[in-house]
Design a protein around this ligand. Structure first.
Ligand code: DGL
Length: 272
């Protein structure tokens, strides 16, 4: 294995919630970050197009960063494209899947919810996770795509739209037996304090950060040692993304050059 950095990938700044946990568990490791912000959000795009896009972007980012491990810090990408990424790349690929298993263990009432993008809540991968680990629970699946843009705003130092945030959570508050909510999108832990302030009763908020960091530590036997701010790449240069990366200790991003041809995103490829 080479001794390059651990490369963290997401569609936007959501993967920075995973970076925070990785830094706690692997404090010396060099981290790099790539986001496909030109195509954000992923959660409302068609699966076939997304697989090709994710493989092309990750391929280019692994090459640019000379990464030793790739962490897909995105539930929407992982529940769809892990197999394709592993078939394509020669380095270990760590995925992110909704934390259904720990949530089902933690819940006392047996009523849990998955808060994620519409793509993630509807994926066969997610249904399989629920059948395997939470068959004994009532699992409410709530699509909350607008929260992705709100997390992006927060990290860019802009005010969130409170009405949008509250409306996204509304479907959760119908039955007070709900005691555990899975944050099944890596953007959502960035809003955790805010979300928990809006819950009408006590909720356990569960995310996948710890599990991803544990798995990354297992596969990265000799990661490069951090030496100054990590490098970062984006597919669209904006002051907002630069600011968010800076807040999480990354150097100003470079524009990622994608060498593989990307099929155009036509409106017929969007889910109806
Ligand atoms: N952060 C990504 C996830 O974990 C998704 C955001 C998006 O829709 O692009 O699912």
């Amino acid at each position: 294995m080479n001794d390059g950095p651990i490369l963290v990938f997401d569609s936007g700044v959501g993967g920075l919630s995973v970076v925070a946990t990785l830094r706690q568990q692997l404090p010396d490791a060099a981290l790099a970050y790539t986001c496909d912000n030109a195509m954000l959000p992923y959660g409302t795009k068609a699966d076939d197009w997304l697989v090709e896009r994710i493989v092309a972007v990750c391929d280019a980012a692994v090459e640019a960063s000379r990464a030793s491990v790739l962490v897909i810090a995105c539930n929407t990408a992982s529940t769809l494209a892990l197999e394709a990424l592993r078939a394509h790349l020669a380095i270990p690929v760590v995925g992110t899947v909704p934390a259904i298993k720990p949530a089902a263990r933690l819940s006392q009432s047996g009523h849990i919810a998955l808060l994620a993008t519409s793509a993630t809540v509807n994926r066969p991968y997610t249904r399989h996770l629920i059948e395997t680990f939470a068959a004994h629970c009532r699992v409410q699946r709530v699509a909350a795509d607008p929260l992705v843009a709100q997390a992006e705003r927060l990290l860019a130092g802009r005010a969130m739209d409170e009405a949008i945030v509250s409306a996204s959570l509304e479907p959760l508050w119908l039955d007070s037996r709900l005691d555990t909510i899975v944050l099944g999108c890596t953007h959502f832990p960035l809003l955790r304090e805010h979300l928990s302030g809006l819950s009408p009763w006590l909720i356990h908020w569960v995310d996948s950060g710890e599990a991803i960091a544990r798995r990354t530590a297992q596969v990265s036997t000799s990661p490069a040692v951090a030496n100054g701010p990590g490098r970062s790449w984006t597919t669209a240069m904006t002051p907002e993304v630069t600011r968010a990366l800076h807040r999480f200790g990354f150097a100003a991003p470079s524009l990622l050059t994608i060498t593989d041809p990307i099929p155009p995103l036509s409106s017929s490829m969007l889910p109806s």
